[in-house]
Design a protein around this ligand. Structure first.
Ligand SMILES: Nc1ncnc2c1ncn2[C@@H]1O[C@H](COP(=O)(O)OP(=O)(O)OP(=O)(O)O)[C@@H](O)[C@H]1O
Ligand SMILES: [Mg+2]
Length: 278
């Protein structure tokens, strides 16, 4: 018998870490499959307009074909950049990050899926300072929230994205609200637990059902010294608020950022928040 075997707690901790790592790979895998489809669509546009341009001899038709090819090519570049950015950036460092650009980049990856499920996106972006964040990880959080929102609106709906500056708390608030099914009050306190899921398994797009999405989001946001909380009304929708610390001006990246002492007041309906350490 080996007396140096890790304790049960150590084994659990090790498995937990491996699972969170797996969730990251799942997010990346899902992204690649979504974007491969999308990329294929863009290629079809390019091929079809190239054929039109070759067939038609008049200047006007050819010009239009070139414009379409250019727009599709630019979109293809945007898509590959988003995926490559996520796959390449494995650093765990926190940097000065512009949230609006990060949101837009994440939306590029969801555009096709939102369109397919007739989900519109509304933006209410106030001018906010840059935050101290790891862009790659925040993008993972956003994709998890977007996918959950989409899954809560099988018949379509609306996603509202808001950015606000919480001057007092020295934080930036990022709100993702959907007009979906909502979460029953008795389930709300459990949604951040690892493996808590009400989904029977992967949906038609191959996503969902492990119950690790929000657990992973919470882990990431807490590592940022931020907060994530939820408010939901059954039948009306769900709102996640993420608070991220503002990037200190001209301060070294390693500077510690004060944990906020106040939470966000609930919007409406029932709400739950992650445990705080203050
Ligand atoms: N926007 C939302 N609207 C309604 N319910 C939600 C929403 N987001 C999360 N939930 C509920 O919280 C549960 C946990 O979400 P979580 O993302 O952690 O896991 P999941 O989506 O079931 O699986 P996955 O690990 O694939 O993301 C979901 O199963 C669902 O019941
Ligand atoms: Mg999920």
């Amino acid at each position: 018998m080996n007396s140096e075997q890790p304790s049960k707690d150590e084994q659990i901790e090790c498995l937990r870490r491996q699972l969170l790592e797996a969730q990251k790979m799942t997010a990346l895998g899902e992204l690649v499959s979504t974007t491969t489809h999308e990329f294929n669509n863009v290629l079809m546009t390019i091929i079809n307009y190239a054929k039109i341009g070759m067939r038609r001899k008049d200047e006007e038709s050819r010009m239009k074909a070139f414009e379409k090819i250019l727009a599709a090519g630019e979109r293809a570049a945007k898509i590959t950049n988003s995926v490559l950015g996520m796959a390449r950036n494995r650093s765990h460092s926190f940097e000065s990050t512009e949230l609006e650009a990060l949101i837009e980049e994440s939306l590029v990856l969801m555009e096709r899926e939102f369109m397919k499920y007739r989900i519109s996106v509304e933006r209410q972006f106030a001018k906010v300072p840059r935050v101290r964040a790891n862009g790659n990880q925040i993008q993972q959080v956003l994709l998890n929230l977007f996918i959950n929102a989409r899954q809560a609106m099988p018949k379509g709906g609306r996603v509202l994205l808001r950015l606000d500056h919480d001057v007092e708390g020295d934080m930036v608030d990022l709100v993702v609200r959907d007009s979906g099914a909502g979460i029953p009050p008795e389930k709300l306190p459990r949604i951040f637990e690892p493996f808590f899921s009400t989904k029977s398994g992967p949906d038609a797009t191959g996503k969902g059902g492990t119950g690790l999405g929000l657990a992973c989001c919470r882990e990431i946001i807490e590592a940022h010294r931020g907060r994530i909380r939820v408010a939901s009304t059954l039948g009306k929708g769900t709102e996640f608020t993420i608070k991220l610390p503002v990037m200190p001006i001209a301060a070294p990246i390693t500077q510690t950022v004060r944990a906020p002492s106040v939470g966000v007041p609930p919007v409406n309906g029932a709400s739950a928040t992650t445990p705080t350490n203050d």
